[in-house]
Design a protein around this ligand. Sequence first.
Ligand code: SAM
Length: 242
Amino acid sequence: MVSSEELGALPDSIATDPRSGWVDPRGWFVDPEKPFEIEIGSGKGTFLIQQAGLEPGTNFLGIEWAGEFAAYGADRIRRKRETEGTYTNVRMMNHDATELLRWRFPEGIARVVHLYFSDPWPKKRHHKKRVVQHRVLYDVWRVLGEGGELRVVTDHDELWAWDEAHFDVWCGDQSNADRPSIPPLPAECAAFLEGRDRPAFERLGFDRPESAGEGELVGTNFERKFRREGRGFNAGVLRKLS
Ligand SMILES: C[S@@+](CC[C@H](N)C(=O)[O-])C[C@H]1O[C@@H](n2cnc3c(N)ncnc32)[C@H](O)[C@@H]1O
């Protein structure tokens, strides 16, 4: 598990100099030069650990704010390392991923941000707790490197409609009239998008990762549970346009 010492304290200067809080998470790995991928809300780490085993040339950081799940994932990694001697390319972190993206992670560091089966928060008063928000998409854009991708899968149709309404704004797509209403762009996001000569992202189809099992999209714990219940899934990718 990434320790609080590795992250370090948030400096007082953050309010006037946001970059003063930056810590490069690639330095938390044995080989910091490898391509770097982040999973937001990795639960017990099932997808991340499977994929890390198949892709030793990539470093994977799972960020999970529920302490017991983060600890469970970290312990799985520890046991894998002990029995198989590898898995030095995957680590877990117990934190709010949206806070890390906003305040702690430098720009251009990640090749992929994975977001699978994010909590739907169905009540309107809880929508602000959903991971996909304008500000988070701005931070994901910033933290991704050239051509980097946000990959999203969900079983929840209403959350997917919310996600897609946000994606339309960030992809400059005004062709979908049937999207639900979503909060307006915060001023800093509006200024960012207005200052560009093209959208921030383009939409792509979702490619299954190598670790997905037969008939699976990703192979997370929640996907397996929901699949047994016969639920359908939505998946998509946003690719960063520099
Ligand atoms: C429905 S579970 C899905 C877990 C896993 N991705 C899967 O598919 O099995 C959503 C997870 O995201 C975590 N989560 C939600 N918001 C988060 C945030 N802002 N930062 C880190 N973890 C978050 C929750 O604690 C929960 O474990």
